[in-house]
Design a protein. Structure first.
Length: 228
């Protein structure tokens, strides 16, 4: 199995009068076509680890490789380019831009990456949204959609640049059980049908139990016996 993410003794410490350790000595490997749930009590470092894996934060120490590339050697521009090309993000709150239509929100990552012309971006955004059951909502604004629909738009946006890896931070945390099940089914289908890798931080025990692997954090460390 090819590793998409590899870490060795990854550590993140917040500098302060009394330094705060968010992540400590995390060593893990995540491969292609995996659905990995990151679990743990509140304050255990789940989101901190996800932000490190997603190049949204820099580690204090240790090694982080993304598709075999040592990310410590990259400058901010290179990190941003790697994020756009390799990673898609889904958060608990969708963070759609309210002044843009559904389709325009999905096109934002494509515009930033700059690989497609306007027609190709429009075709791709339409295809993604239709595949997620949003064909009749392309030109609506986010506040015209339900919470579950907005989260599906966020998934489409995460897939805009066809990344091999989708990182999700509590993707069902703000949804009811029916919409939570829909979002889980979409993420699961990304792995099974599209060959993506999904790494999801979750408090949802049902989602964690159905993932292919669980990494359980306690006080910023992978718990003994957890699947790091």
């Amino acid at each position: 199995m090819t590793a998409l993410i590899e870490t060795q003794t990854l550590t993140r410490i917040l500098p302060a009068t009394v330094p705060v350790t968010l992540i400590e000595d995390v060593t893990l490997s995540i491969g292609e076509r995996e659905f990995v749930a990151i679990t743990g009590p509140s304050g255990s470092g789940k989101s901190s680890l996800l932000y490190l894996l997603g190049l949204l934060d820099r580690p204090t120490g240790g090694l982080l490789k993304l598709r075999g590339e040592d990310t410590a050697q990259l400058n901010e521009r290179q990190r941003a380019e790697l994020r756009l090309a390799t990673l898609g993000f889904v958060f608990q709150f969708h963070f759609l831009l309210p002044e843009f239509t559904v389709r325009e929100n999905v096109e934002i990552p494509m515009r930033k990456l700059g690989r497609l012309d306007a027609r190709a971006m429009r075709e791709r955004s339409t295809q993604l949204l239709e595949a997620l059951g949003l064909a009749g909502h392309l030109d609506k604004l986010p506040d015209q959609l339900s919470g579950g629909q907005r989260q599906r738009v966020a998934v489409a946006r995460a897939l805009a640049n066809d990344p091999p890896l989708v990182l999700a931070d509590e993707p069902t945390g703000s949804l009811d059980s029916q919409n939570s099940e829909q979002v889980f089914a979409i993420l699961d289908a990304l792995v099974r049908e599209r060959g993506k890798t999904v790494v999801a931080v979750t408090h949802d025990e049902a989602m964690a139990a159905r993932a292919s692997r669980r990494i359980h954090l306690v006080d910023g460390r992978i718990a003994a016996g957890s699947g790091g």
